[in-house]
Design a protein around this ligand. Structure first.
Ligand SMILES: Cc1cc2nc3c(=O)[nH]c(=O)nc-3n(C[C@H](O)[C@H](O)[C@H](O)COP(=O)(O)OP(=O)(O)OC[C@H]3O[C@@H](n4cnc5c(N)ncnc54)[C@H](O)[C@@H]3O)c2cc1C
Length: 333
């Protein structure tokens, strides 16, 4: 039985019935024919919590392709296929002088999974640069292009995450990039790095990417060395009334937005005293308590147990429910 331990960045053991690798559309069709509706799609496995045993077929998306088509001199449409590394796409576009993806540098994973949770970092999310998503429907074996409105992107979510359809595969994305840099540098960490780089106030897109990468390398554990899936929790969005109630008795970070007030999950977890905690092979990362790490030998269930304890304590102290960010794969048994 194939082991998926090296196929997920948490580094948890998971045995599946069959593992397919789709390098082209025909491989994907074949995987669906053999695996049926329970086919589990995997990119780089950097946002999944796998069970010990997955009694079904798994298909790793490896369909490659990258194209950058200039539109009228000042902008371009980048078409990247599902199996490309997201960071490689960011590097390639920046390397050719196209701006727009710099804040999303160094996010692990593949292009195909990026729309699922509308990846975002340091003030920019995928939806801000998205033109369309190419999808394959295994029911009638057709490929179509969905416009941005059809993808229903929201904070770390989309229709692909909210209404998962096992027959739909994201085959690629079309992104809009431009020659002129629209610098997004409101995050204090990024601004500090830009100052260190000596470019603050006249930063280029490449400088922003460099600053973002430095911040990420400092704060986040490298999944090649310490198993993790980045943030295990989303930042909670609460009503203005709830935020006002909390802010009247606690010094909390809060950003008012369209759907309510966004709180910092890291701060709530930290205030509950979890930073640096360890249990059953799972640790809460000292430099960023949103991140749970595999200290060695932990299973998916150990991560879920630690996450449940953290959620409970945040709920008890603040009356705020934290949502999990990665996909929790059910065992199918
Ligand atoms: C150190 C670290 C830092 C991170 N930082 C960030 C960050 O700043 N911002 C952020 O948003 N995320 C972040 N993440 C999370 C992760 O990088 C992203 O969610 C990424 O898009 C996941 O890509 P993947 O290929 O690894 O997806 P996987 O983990 O392989 O899959 C994730 C989900 O997508 C589905 N899926 C995969 N490919 C396809 C496809 N082609 N079609 C349909 N469904 C598919 C899978 O079935 C699964 O449900 C971080 C993770 C790590 C480890």
């Amino acid at each position: 039985m194939p082991s998926l331990k090296s196929w997920n960045t948490l580094g948890v053991e998971c045995e599946a019935d069959v593992l397919h690798e789709a390098h082209q559309l025909d491989d994907l069709k074949q995987a669906f024919q053999e695996g049926g509706r329970d086919l589990l799609l995997l990119g780089a496995g950097s946002n999944v919590v796998l069970p010990r045993r997955y009694a079904g077929h798994v298909c790793a998306l490896r369909i490659r392709g990258f194209e950058c088509e200039e539109v009228g001199g000042a902008s371009a449409v980048v078409t990247a296929m599902a199996g490309e590394s997201w960071h490689a796409v960011v590097r390639r576009t920046l390397g050719s002088g196209w701006c727009g993806l710099e804040n999303l540098a160094l996010i692990p994973g593949t292009v195909g999974a990026a729309p699922l949770q509308n990846i975002g970092a340091y003030g920019v999310e995928l939806a801000d640069r998205m033109k369309s998503v190419l999808v394959y429907d295994a029911r009638d074996e057709t490929v179509s292009e969905l416009g941005i409105e059809e993808c229903a992107f929201t904070y770390r979510s989309s229709r692909f995450k909210e209404m998962p359809d096992p027959a739909i595969v994201i085959l690629g994305v079309r992104l809009l990039v431009s020659r002129a840099a629209l610098i997004v540098d409101q995050y204090p960490d990024v601004r500090r790095e830009l100052t260190r780089l000596g470019t603050q106030g006249r930063a280029s897109a490449r400088a922003v990417a460099e600053a973002v990468m430095r911040v990420r390398r400092r704060k986040l554990p490298d999944p090649r060395r310490i198993g993790n899936v980045g943030s295990f929790f989303k930042n909670p969005v609460v009503s203005q009334t709830k935020a006002a109630e909390l802010l009247s008795c606690e010094h909390l970070v809060a950003h008012a937005g369209v759907g309510g007030c966004k709180l910092s999950a890291a701060q709530l977890i930290d205030l509950c005293g979890w930073k640096g905690s360890r249990r059953a092979g799972v640790g809460v990362w000292q430099r960023q308590p949103l991140v749970l790490v595999n200290l060695g030998g932990a299973h998916g269930a150990d991560f879920l147990d630690m996450a449940a304890r953290i959620r409970r304590s945040v709920e008890e102290r603040f009356g705020v429910t934290l949502e999990l960010e990665p996909r929790i794969v059910e065992p199918l048994e």
